[in-house]
Design a protein around this ligand. Structure first.
Ligand SMILES: Nc1ncnc2c1ncn2[C@@H]1O[C@H](COP(=O)(O)OP(=O)(O)OP(=O)(O)O)[C@@H](O)[C@H]1O
Ligand SMILES: [Mg+2]
Length: 267
C-alpha cells in the first residue's frame, strides 16, 4: 500500500464540497496525531480561514510564500483548530496579479513555485491543498501531489464535473485519484428523489474513497467558523476517509449507527 501524504482536493464545479473536504481531511489527520499543513489555493473564493474561525488572524498567506517568505512564517494555527494543524490562507486575487506582474510570470507558474517550496521544506507529515472550481491551479500543481481527491455532490451534473476534472488532471500527470461524494442525502434516496450510491459510482470511472452524509448542522457551524463536532457524521465520515487513504479497511458508514443500519437503502 503506497503512502499518500500530499493530497490535492479538486473539482471543476463550484460548491461541491472541496473546502469542506480539504478541511475535514486535514482535521481528521491532525486528530490522528499527524503534523498537517493545509493550504488554500482558491484565490477567487478563499474560505478556509473563515471555516476555521481565523478570518481576522490570517495576516500572512500563500502570497508570502510565493514572494520568498518562509513557509513556517506564512502558516498560522487557527484558534478553532488543533495544535498540529496549520493553515496557509489563499493569496488574494489582487496580490497574486501584482506578484505575477512584478515577477513577469503567469499566476499558475507562481502557484506551482509556491507549492514546490512548501514540498521542499518538508515541514509536514500531511499536506492538504484546497483548489477552486475551474481547476486552473489544480492543473498547474497536480503532478507534485501523490493523491488527488475529486469531490462531487449527489447529482449527475456534479458527477460529470468530477469526471471532467479527473480527465483534465490525469492529462497533467495526476497520481492516484479518488472520488468523495459530499452531502449525500439518504432520505432522498429512500424516497427515490435522488441517485443512490451504486448509480453514482457506476456512472463514474473514479474509484470512490468515501461518502459524507448530508449534515443539516454543517452550514451553521461553518458560518460561525467552528469545526464540526467530533461526534458529528461529518467528522466521523472524514475520519473514515482519512483512514482509508492511509490504507485501513474501514466500512463506509463505520461509527454512524443510524446510517450503518440503513446502509443497504443508500444503494
Ligand atoms: N456533508 C455536507 N452536508 C451538508 N452540507 C454540506 C456538506 N458538504 C458541503 N456542504 C455545503 O455545501 C456548500 C459547498 O461546500 P464547499 O464550500 O465545501 O464547496 P466548494 O467546492 O469548496 O465550493 P467553492 O467552489 O465555492 O469553493 C457549503 O454551503 C457547505 O456547507
Ligand atoms: Mg471552496
Amino acid at each position: 500500500m503506497p503512502t499518500y501524504n500530499k493530497l490535492l482536493v479538486a473539482s471543476s464545479k463550484g460548491g461541491v464540497g472541496k473546502s469542506t473536504t480539504a478541511l475535514g481531511l486535514a482535521v481528521a489527520f491532525a486528530e490522528a496525531g499527524k503534523n498537517v499543513l493545509l493550504v488554500d489555493l482558491d484565490s477567487d473564493s478563499r474560505s478556509l480561514d473563515m471555516l476555521m474561525g481565523a478570518e481576522d488572524h490570517a495576516i500572512t498567506d500563500f502570497g508570502d510564500v510565493i514572494d520568498g517568505g518562509e513557509v513556517s512564517a506564512a502558516a498560522i494555527t487557527p484558534v478553532s483548530a488543533i495544535e498540529n494543524l496549520r493553515l496557509i490562507s489563499a493569496c488574494s486575487v489582487d496580490k497574486l496579479a501584482a506578484l505575477a506582474k512584478d515577477k513577469e510570470k503567469t499566476q499558475a507558474e507562481l502557484v506551482r513555485e509556491g507549492i514546490e517550496r512548501i514540498i521542499e521544506e518538508k515541514d509536514f507529515d500531511i499536506l492538504v491543498c484546497d483548489t477552486g472550481g475551474g481547476i486552473q491551479y489544480a492543473c498547474a500543481v497536480v503532478e507534485l501531489f501523490d493523491m488527488t481527491v475529486i469531490t462531487s455532490e449527489q447529482g449527475k451534473t456534479s458527477i460529470r464535473g468530477a469526471e471532467y476534472a479527473a480527465a483534465q488532471l490525469e492529462a497533467k500527470g495526476a497520481g492516484a485519484m479518488r472520488l468523495v461524494i459530499c452531502a449525500f442525502d439518504l432520505e432522498a434516496v429512500k424516497k427515490e428523489k435522488r441517485a443512490g450510491m451504486i448509480e453514482m459510482i457506476d456512472s463514474s470511472a473514479l474509484s470512490c474513497v468515501g461518502v459524507v452524509p448530508f449534515d443539516p448542522k454543517l452550514q451553521g457551524m461553518q458560518d460561525k467558523g467552528k469545526l464540526p463536532d467530533k461526534k458529528s457524521t461529518t467528522a466521523i465520515a472524514y475520519g473514515n476517509i482519512a483512514k482509508r487513504i492511509s490504507g485501513y479497511d474501514v466500512k463506509l458508514f463505520d461509527g454512524m449507527k443510524k446510517l450503518y443500519k440503513q446502509r443497504t437503502k443508500a444503494l
